[in-house]
Design a binder for this molecule. Sequence first.
Ligand SMILES: NC(=O)c1ccc[n+]([C@@H]2O[C@H](COP(=O)([O-])OP(=O)(O)OC[C@H]3O[C@@H](n4cnc5c(N)ncnc54)[C@H](OP(=O)(O)O)[C@@H]3O)[C@@H](O)[C@H]2O)c1
Length: 304
Amino acid sequence: MNLGKTVLITGASTGLGLAIARALMKTNYRVYLTARQSSLPRFEMHEVRESERVRIRPLDVTSLEQRNAIVAEAERDSGGIDILINNAGITYRAVVEHVAEDEWIAQMDVNFRSPMELIRLVLPRMRQKGAGRIITVSSVGGMMAMPTMAAYSASKFALEGAHESLWYEVRPWGIKVTLLQPGFIDSEGFQKVRYTPRSSRSEQELGDPYHQHYVNMAPFIARLMKSSRATPDSVARVVLKTMRRRNPPLRVPATFDAFAFSLLRRILPRSTYHWLLYKMLPKVAAWGPSPRRASLPSTIRQDD
Ligand SMILES: NC(=O)c1ccc[n+]([C@@H]2O[C@H](COP(=O)([O-])OP(=O)(O)OC[C@H]3O[C@@H](n4cnc5c(N)ncnc54)[C@H](OP(=O)(O)O)[C@@H]3O)[C@@H](O)[C@H]2O)c1
């Protein structure tokens, strides 16, 4: 069998990762499908199995030991990773005031620090070969930030900045760097959003200053996802197409809304853009202080 290039994908046991994994299995690439140890049984559940070309390996992206092990195995057995797909990610839902220090760190650790560390591991071999591709799943949240999504957006904005630098840095070796930007996908993804203890409490408590932010944003986002025509499979097709493009651009909007938002952001003056988006927030007039609470002197507004 003529084995093609070697691809490694993270977080491949669910959602978009699983859809990309399935699409990769129909190619002649040699593929490393990875997921956290506890999620590996999902591959069998979805009838995704090892073969001559497909290896299933544990990889918690935050684990230095597991990152080293998988990259070493690929270098030993197939000359190294030719295409790295950073897909694994987590999402916190919380306003800035409700994200504690360890939660900022956890969000950045999975979505930003770990993919950058994987990239650092695969680059030396790619430079030696004078070829390679890095495809990292960013998000519309990496070009525009929504209320209650600060930590998530911060992690994706960080990826965007780091990959922009990387694009210039590794171009002399012919290494192609792409940020894939999906918008809303009709998937389970946002059902897995994590609440912080404070954001969870605020969503439950009617009198909490940020209560309206949560009770309006959560169903708003769920509706946008449900009504989206994009699916994990349609986004996976964009990934495969990007892998095959001779000169993929740095940023690839992967859904129609991502394309529309990037266009809006480019053509509208920034202040108009932010004003428009603020006005589009669900029931935003009811957010924040009620008229009575707002008129009280700040010293007796104890909940602020
Ligand atoms: N769904 C959307 O609408 C949307 C929109 C824009 C961008 N994205 C991005 O698309 C990517 C995939 O998201 P999804 O929608 O497919 O969500 P998902 O189903 O929750 O998939 C996320 C994957 O990341 C894995 N993961 C989490 N922490 C990990 C860790 N420490 N090490 C290894 N894997 C880890 C999860 O594995 P476990 O099950 O083991 O936790 C899961 O397989 C993410 O980067 C996300 O930010 C999604």
